[in-house]
Design a protein around this ligand. Structure first.
Ligand code: FES
Ligand SMILES: [Fe+2]
Length: 438
């Protein structure tokens, strides 16, 4: 596909988005190249692979990768495809191994992807094979931020910390600075028939809960006071370069200073957020956020950093949802059980919220496919032009009511990523995070 100016698909000021970006297979293919193969993608958390040979399998766009703890203590991120005929050299989602042995003809690879064994090397290949040149493909760069391992396939990608920026780092700190956390065994996975971006933009959507999740609100004790949970008139949005963001309810400065208003759970969280560690990690504004961080392109962190979810694209109309639940390493067993229960109760295949969301995302994605309906752009214009980015206090943010700033920002960043031909161009030309009137 040629690369048209992708700005034609998104009108940021009016908040209009062309439906074709959710359903055109050629656009989807280009997203795999221009977004996923370039971005820093979360691949594994340190706690999932503590020992040499531990591995966890995931996806960078349409490339399946194995993240494995190597003998030097680092993480190798290897492409799961044999250099002989391309078969997968690893079939399990996680495990521990000394080598990855291809099931087709038996080539075997070490923990850094090096080709260590070739059946018939002497007799059939006559000792004539460039073994060193036939290592597994690997990520161009791997880096870790507070235990979160990211990889990029692009050698020109900017360093991870610069990529994340203040907003991305604040978002990850929402989990990391809860304490010494680890991923609970068993990443929950389910498939929803939607385009991945529809699910991504929903994480900023605090307009839908009272409607979509009305039944959940009626039955679940977690929503006994829905206004306190959803806080529709008290929202904060932080927008960062390259498409990162945090959006959702906030505590006002006054509330943040005064405890005892929202019950023991909220008070405990607020006390945690007021500690010096969290203040330093999340900043004075970030630590007042109770919203959802998004690390572009597809990593969502849930309210209060209990879980995170990868929206793994598996085709224009199919997305896998991978739910990771985090608990403190030293949490007593009953707390661990309770957190897992809360997590499973809300999201994942059995989650009362995700069942509502999945239905909507599937229907919304279906609504982008018809040639006639595609003439009508989707509307993301709520609040456009009515808010101001506040910069006082060092962390730029918008403090407002329910809005669609985060969604518009996601699609503006999407245009930047899709239009740039390489990283230097993306770095030079990407839209800087908004300032002033928005
Ligand atoms: S495809 Fe892997 S050894 Fe032949
Ligand atoms: Fe929802």
């Amino acid at each position: 596909m040629r690369s048209p100016d992708f700005q034609q698909y998104v009108d940021f000021d009016k908040g209009l988005v062309d439906r074709r970006i959710f359903s055109d297979p050629a656009i989807y293919d280009l997203e795999m190249e221009r977004i996923f193969a370039r971005a820093w993608n979360f691949v594994v958390h340190d706690s999932q692979i503590p020992n040499t040979g531990d591995y966890f399998m995931s996806w960078i766009g349409s490339d399946q990768v194995i993240s494995v703890r190597n003998k030097k203590g680092g993480v190798s991120v290897l492409l799961n495809s044999c250099r002989h005929r391309g078969a997968a050299v690893c079939r399990a989602e996680r495990g521990n191994t000394k080598t990855f042995v291809c099931p087709y003809h038996g080539w075997s690879y070490g923990l850094e992807g090096e080709l260590v064994g070739v059946p018939g090397f002497r007799d059939f290949y006559r000792n004539d094979l460039d073994r060193e040149g036939l290592a597994l493909g690997r990520a161009a760069q791997v880096a870790t931020y507070k235990g979160f391992v990211f990889a990029t396939m692009d050698p020109e990608a900017i360093p991870l910390e610069e990529y994340l920026g203040d907003v991305g780092r604040t978002g990850l700190s929402m989990i990391a600075d809860r304490g010494d956390v680890q991923v609970v065994d068993g990443v929950q996975k389910n498939v929803i028939g939607c385009n991945w971006k529809i699910a991504v933009d929903n994480l900023y959507d605090w307009y839908h809960p009272p409607v979509s999740h009305k039944s959940a609100v009626m039955v679940s004790p977690l929503f006994a006071d829905p206004d306190a949970v959803f806080a529709p008139m008290q929202q904060m949005v932080m927008l960062g370069d390259y498409g990162h963001g945090i959006g959702g309810p906030m505590w006002t400065e006054e509330e943040f200073q005064a405890a005892g208003q929202r019950g023991p759970m909220a008070d405990r969280l607020m006390a945690e957020r007021r500690t010096e560690r969290v203040q330093t990690a999340m900043g004075p504004a970030g630590s007042r956020s109770k919203g959802h961080p998004s690390i572009f392109p597809n990593l969502w962190i849930t309210l209060n950093g209990l879980q995170m979810c990868l929206r793994v694209p598996r085709g224009p109309y199919k997305t896998e949802f991978w739910w990771f639940t985090f608990v403190e390493k030293d949490a007593p067993d009953f707390i661990r059980k309770m957190m897992v229960q809360v997590a499973s109760h809300l999201f994942g295949p059995a989650g009362i919220l995700e069942q509502d969301d999945g239905e909507n995302w599937e229907l919304a994605s279906r609504g982008t496919r018809g040639p006639a309906i595609r003439r009508y752009p989707l509307h993301y214009g709520m609040g456009a032009g009515h808010d101001e980015v506040i910069e006082a206090g060092g962390q730029a943010r918008i403090e407002t009511r329910v809005n669609e700033h985060g969604q518009r920002w996601t699609y503006q960043a999407w245009c930047d990523w899709m239009s740039a031909k390489d990283w230097p161009e993306l770095k030079a030309n990407h839209t800087p995070a908004p300032r002033g009137r928005i």
